[in-house]
Design a binder for this molecule. Sequence first.
Ligand code: HEC
Length: 127
Amino acid sequence: MKRLAAFLLTIYMPANAADLAPYIVVNANAIPEPLIAGPADPELGAALMLGAGCSACHQKDLNRIGDRMTDGEMRLMIVAPEVRVPDTAMPAYYKVGVYGEVADDQVGKTRLSAAEVEAVIAYLKTL
Ligand code: HEC
């Protein structure tokens, strides 16, 4: 008997935010498709990473990350890291802030927009 395809697809529709792009997580490992179509700007990504405080936890460990992870794996790590690494200390940068879990001015917002997530990935690939 043929085995069923081993893909596990999970479709997330971010709550309370009609303007957020839905995304598909494959095998709890990657989001293969970009959140938005079109080119992503690595220079913007570099600036965003400064603002997002990535370097508080990451120094040289992201060097050559593009050789070790696919775009989709990086995307999931930025969007919803807890799916790849349960109990990770890394914040989810594309999760709508919930009252009580984030500062009041972050409630209902994501740390990065869809375009900004893609810009960060574009920059990571230059490291
Ligand atoms: C509070 C600490 C923290 C911050 C801030 C943080 N990360 Fe992380 N990140 C981690 C940890 C810890 C891991 C490793 C997974 C684990 O063990 O939890 C990780 C893993 C990663 C990975 C996968 C690396 C690998 O070798 O597996 C990428 C890519 C990444 N982070 C990118 C980012 C980017 C981009 C930002 C900023 C937008 C960021 N991180 C901000 C803690 C952080």
